[in-house]
Write a protein that binds this ligand. Structure first.
Ligand code: DX5
Ligand code: ZN
Length: 217
């Protein structure tokens, strides 16, 4: 399967979201960062805006919840029209119950890990989830530099998924660019979130194609 490229609208123009969504028709999903100013020190958008994004986006929504009390709020984003809902392992009380509820609502389920959180506790739960999101920066802001020390975690995740014969996707988020995507793909990721690299490029559509090609090499 070809690498999936999910541009993050955190780096788009929030006053011109429909225009900026229209620029990423070549992408696989649009990555929507939801922040509550508690789990991370930043605040973005909530269910009403996600609902409108779902109505106008040319590609399905990959919603990344950086919020406390994921158990309570994550299902709302499935109802709002997301195709994939990712909550943080650190913010869920009952991740398996939540994952089953989300799958029941018809969405793909991702579980995200901060850079310092180990992947091992997730590896016995692969049957319950569709994606592991390895954060490769501290969540909260776009434009940060890639944390090289996360590469071994991506490798361990990929090895465990292969050994289990699972088809769990491994997503990376943070500092993905032309200069880092090759070694992240080599480590085993297959889904790449890129905010500043895509929306900061002179030609957004061409950047999506270039990133996918580099990841597929
Ligand atoms: C950060 C967000 C990311 C962010 C990535 O907490 O989860 O999705 O948009 O931005 P870049 O690609 O600029 O590092
Ligand atoms: Zn994100």
């Amino acid at each position: 399967m070809s690498a999936l490229i999910n541009p993050s609208i955190l780096s788009a123009d929030f006053v011109n979201l429909e225009r900026d969504l229209g620029r990423i028709a070549a992408a696989d999903f649009v990555h929507v960062d939801v922040m509550d100013n508690h789990f991370v020190p930043n605040l973005t958008l909530g269910p009403p805006v996600v609902r409108r994004i779902a109505e106008v986006s040319p590609v399905p929504l990959d919603v990344h919840l950086m919020i406390e009390d994921a158990d309570r709020w994550a299902p709302t984003y499935a109802e709002a029209g997301a195709a994939s809902v990712t909550f943080h392992a650190e913010a869920a009380q009952a991740p398996v119950r939540l994952a089953r509820e989300l799958r029941g609502a018809g969405v793909r389920v991702g579980v995200a890990l901060r850079p310092a959180s180990p992947v091992e506790p997730l590896l016995d739960l692969l049957a319950e989830i569709d994606m592991i999101l390895v954060m490769t920066v501290e969540p909260g802001f776009g434009g940060q530099s890639f944390i090289e020390g996360t590469l071994p975690k991506i490798r361990r995740a990929r090895r465990a998924v292969a050994e289990a014969g699972a088809d769990t996707w491994i997503q990376v988020d943070g500092g993905v660019s032309r200069s880092t995507i090759g070694r992240i793909a080599e480590a085993g990721a297959n889904v790449f979130v890129a905010g500043s690299a895509v929306y900061g490029a002179p030609d957004v559509a061409a950047e999506i194609v270039a990133l996918r090609e580099l990841a597929d090499q």
